[in-house]
Design a protein around this ligand. Structure first.
Ligand code: 13P
Length: 237
């Protein structure tokens, strides 16, 4: 599974321009490679209308836990489903850091996503300070334990994003990421939950990352914004 996290990039026009260049590049990609574009809310509807039968799926970057209500600035699951969205990313470290998302809130959002038939992508990861203090395992176990209360393990993706490797160009060594992802898998009853790696994934490291036994895919920020680069990542060797 190869997921693009566009963050707060791309207008509708730019998203369509991306699709026009990207879709032909993945025409012959093996159908079992799940390709997901997590675009801004404003672009998702028009993108869905322009997928033209391709295997590309759409993801949102948030969902609220209530079905409707007085929650200014939030988005409901039904609103995403209506415009063709299949996935939703939750617990991304940028939301935890800038928007004070707690594990409890992430848990509420995860359950709402599943209630609406969306597949949540739960992001977990440690800061550099936590890693240096030898707390990686403890932090991850805590995040998983709290975020996964009453969450259906059969409709879930997990992304391990080493926070210190995001947008920095410092990739977590593939073998190190593999080890941490193995550790995450040990915490889960369902060993088939796809677990992705995220953090400075680029065209020049994707092939090595995907050779790792525990890594089921990647979540890509900066390098997903260019259609040719992202296609190279999707079509890893
Ligand atoms: P970069 O690929 O830009 O490091 O971003 C990773 C990320 O945050 C994916 O969710």
């Amino acid at each position: 599974m190869i997921v693009a996290n566009w963050k707060m990039y791309k207008t509708q026009a730019e998203s369509l321009e991306f699709l026009q260049a990207f879709i032909p590049q993945v025409k012959t990609t093996a159908p079992e490679r799940e390709i997901v574009l997590c675009a801004p809310f404003t672009a998702l509807g028009i993108m869905f209308k322009n997928l033209n039968g391709s295997q590309v799926r759409l993801g949102a970057q948030n969902v609220h836990w209530a079905d409707t209500g007085a929650y200014t600035g939030e988005i409901a699951g039904s609103m995403l489903v209506e415009i063709g969205v299949n996935y939703v990313m939750l617990g991304h470290c940028e939301c935890r850091q800038w928007l004070c998302e707690t594990d409890e809130i992430v848990n509420l959002r995860l359950k709402a996503a599943q209630r609406h038939g969306l597949t949540p992508i739960l992001c977990v990861g440690e800061t550099k300070k936590q890693r240096d203090a030898g707390e990686t395992e403890k932090v991850l176990i805590n995040q998983l334990r709290q975020a996964l209360v009453d969450v259906d393990r059969s409709n879930l993706v997990i992304a391990y994003e080493a926070i210190w490797a995001i947008g920095t160009g410092h990739t977590c060594e593939p073998s190190q990421a593999n080890q941490v992802i193995g550790l995450i898998r040990e915490q889960l009853d369902n060993k088939d939950i796809p677990i992705l790696y995220g953090g400075s994934v680029k065209t020049n490291n994707i092939d090595e990352i995907m050779t790792q036994s525990e890594i089921d895919g990647v979540m890509v920020g900066g390098a997903s914004l260019d259609p040719i680069n992202f296609a190279r990542i999707v079509n890893y060797k």
